[in-house]
Ligand binder design. Structure first.
Ligand SMILES: C[S@@+](CC[C@H](N)C(=O)[O-])C[C@H]1O[C@@H](n2cnc3c(N)ncnc32)[C@H](O)[C@@H]1O
Length: 218
């Protein structure tokens, strides 16, 4: 399904749905949250794409975009791993990834989508100096994210336990209610280390937990 609010990356490339020459910001796994709507409304001269694997959540988001009358934000219902493979190098100003599913059981770790290969794809898609913002409540996934992003060449700008107002989401509130500590990271694209380039194609490289398939199921 492809329309003004929503597109399928199998039918249309991300690069073809956003105007050229404006900063593009991508949020992955927005769920039921509307942080992306707030950001798009506040920055009408920039473009925003939300990638969400759940069709129901993506369609619900599209209805909110339509009601808000925003023209600079779209939902892409897809597995982010497919989208990352199709993004042109140096095309994205920022990625925001708030509370990606941590898959706590060891046998499910392979389902975590932040792996060495996807970290390298995030790096490749960003403009020089582009940023990645991540948050998680899960210590194991926190360590995996740190290892993968450092391995891909990202520079750590910030690590802390507070989520700034602009990045607060429904899951931020959920973890606050549960008094569960969270880790909030900000990263910047630096120069890729030679080792990251050499290992980018090897699933499981760079982290003990990052074993298993790194491509989306077909
Ligand atoms: C724990 S929720 C967090 C939602 C929101 N970011 C928040 O903080 O309130 C994770 C979201 O990521 C989505 N998701 C999981 N795997 C994904 C993938 N491979 N590609 C895109 N979205 C994914 C899920 O459907 C879910 O909506």
């Amino acid at each position: 399904m492809t329309d003004r609010f929503h597109f399928d990356p199998a039918e249309v490339a991300v690069a073809d749905v956003v105007p050229k020459g404006r900063p593009l910001h991508v949020e992955v796994g927005f769920g039921k949250d509307i942080r992306l709507l707030r950001e798009a409304a506040a920055r009408p001269d920039e473009d925003f794409v939300g990638v969400e694997i759940s069709r129901k959540k993506a369609l619900s988001f599209c209805r909110k975009v339509a009601r808000a009358g925003l023209r600079n934000v779209r939902a892409c219902q897809s597995d982010v791993r497919r989208v990352l493979e199709g993004l042109p190098a140096g095309s994205v100003a920022s990625f925001t990834i708030l509370f990606p599913d941590p898959w706590p059981k060891r046998r499910h770790w392979k389902n975590r989508w932040i792996q060495p290969v996807t970290a390298a794809l995030l790096f490749r898609a960003l403009v020089p100096g582009g940023t990645v913002t991540t948050a998680t409540d899960h210590e194991g996934y926190r360590d995996q994210i740190r290892t993968c992003l450092l391995g891909a060449g990202f520079e750590l700008l910030h690590e802390g336990g507070e989520v700034p107002q602009a990045d607060r989401t429904l899951f931020t509130e959920r973890f606050e209610r549960l008094r569960a500590p969270v880790t909030y990271f900000r990263w910047r694209k630096g120069e890729p280390p030679a080792s990251a380039q050499a290992s980018a194609g090897r699933p499981g490289a760079g982290t003990a937990e990052a074993a298993g398939p790194t491509r989306p199921p077909s």
